[in-house]
Design a binder for this molecule. Structure first.
Ligand SMILES: NC(=O)c1ccc[n+]([C@@H]2O[C@H](COP(=O)([O-])OP(=O)(O)OC[C@H]3O[C@@H](n4cnc5c(N)ncnc54)[C@H](OP(=O)(O)O)[C@@H]3O)[C@@H](O)[C@H]2O)c1
Length: 343
């Protein structure tokens, strides 16, 4: 069991004050600079320190965002007494070692996607957190819209779901040092974008696939484009595509016997546009929906709340297994049965 929030500090018998969960952040990159505002504007959390490999960079970022303690070195931050939870926003190869270090120092963990480089590493992370919370920062799972997706599938609005498809891409002239281009740092679209499209399939199928076939275009040592097909129980199938060589897409379709659910912004709503999706009926009639809510702030609230995180954790562990299987399929050119990988 998780240890329940030690954030409830009794003040007076009739008046309890909630102490905020104190976050320390590892890394000063793009996603950090986005999430800081959400951590600072959520009632239950605050940011007490931020670490960089370089002290000057930590100080620059701390000064910009009003964070009291800039720290040089990731391990130095993890050890700090004024940190309850560590947010890891670093290249994928650093997620596993620093997650384990976070567990060793008895802190909670919010780790950027992909949780780890492999299913084995993901399981090690899960096993390391006996009584502390851990969550991968896959924001779309926490948007209120995602609950509505589940309701539509469960209440039969789509009929019987038979096929899932997703496409995710962006066209990015990377800088040469970008971790997405480095094999050693866990770069490439298989881990970076595959986390979303395989996670999407696992989410709507409600379980991992029985088998997968994947192919990838590898350039500069990392997968730049990936296509995969998956087979689930009950004859549900999925096809997904992702890569760095097409204009931005973040689409999915959940095809049912009565209607299809279509979304063109599932990983993150388009800037300055309402969060949206459509249900297309067989007649061609289209029902449009839009939603309020901030997925990152909801994710943070879920992370600090007393709710069990096990559904999200299983989703992450299964996604890591699917990525392993896709990787093996790319390597061997064969369709891979997931059960064999787990044995
Ligand atoms: N959830 C989301 O929506 C989302 C969106 C984008 C990215 N992400 C994930 O967040 C993580 C970070 O991505 P990002 O886009 O923020 O990357 P980024 O802008 O390149 O920042 C990465 C940070 O990692 C640190 N770092 C440590 N060793 C490094 C190395 N050898 N090479 C490069 N950087 C190194 C750097 O911090 P210091 O120099 O300060 O130490 C750097 O600022 C990735 O896992 C990515 O998949 C998630």
């Amino acid at each position: 069991m998780y240890d329940q929030p030690n954030f409830l500090v009794p003040r007076q018998a009739e008046n309890q004050m909630q102490r905020k969960m104190r976050f320390g952040i590892l890394g000063t990159g793009r996603i950090t600079r986005r999430l800081i505002a959400d951590l600072q504007s959520t009632d239950q959390t605050e940011v007490t320190s931020i670490a960089s490999r370089e002290r000057s960079r930590a100080k620059w970022c701390a000064d910009q965002h009003g964070i009291p303690n800039p720290v040089e070195g990731y391990h130095e931050l993890i050890k700090r007494d004024d940190v309850d939870a560590v947010y890891i926003a670093l290249p994928p190869s650093l997620h596993h070692p620093l997650s384990l270090a976070t567990a060793e120092h008895n802190k909670h963990l919010l780790c950027e996607k992909p949780l780890a480089l492999s299913h084995h590493q993901a399981l090690e992370i899960q096993n390391a957190f006996h009584n502390k919370r851990w969550l991968d920062a896959t924001g779309w799972l926490h948007h209120p819209r995602t609950d509505q997706f589940s309701k539509w599938v469960a209440d039969g609005s789509l009929g019987e779901v038979s096929h899932l498809s997703a496409a995710l891409s962006f066209h990015q002239p990377f800088q040469s040092q970008d971790h997405r281009l480095s094999r050693e740092l866990g770069g490439g679209c298989l881990l970076d974008l595959g986390w979303y499209v395989f996670g999407f399939s696992r989410f709507f199928a409600g379980k991992k696939p029985k088998a997968i076939y994947a192919d990838s275009l590898i350039q500069k040592g990392v997968p730049q484009r990936l296509n995969a097909m998956m087979w689930f129980d009950n004859d549900v199938t999925a096809t997904v595509s992702c890569g760095y060589d097409a204009a931005t897409r973040k689409w999915f379709e959940v095809a049912g016997s009565v209607a299809s659910l279509i979304c063109d912004d599932f990983t993150r709503p388009w800037h300055d546009r309402p969060t949206r999706c459509w249900i297309h009926a067989a007649s061609g009639q289209v029902q449009s929906y839009s939603f309020e809510g901030n997925q990152e702030r909801n994710m943070i609230k879920t992370f600090v709340s007393e709710n069990a995180l096990t559904d999200f954790q299983s989703q992450a562990i299964d996604t890591a297994l699917i990525i392993d299987a896709a990787s093996k399929s790319i390597e061997t050119g064969e369709k891979i049965k997931l059960g064999v990988l787990e044995e």
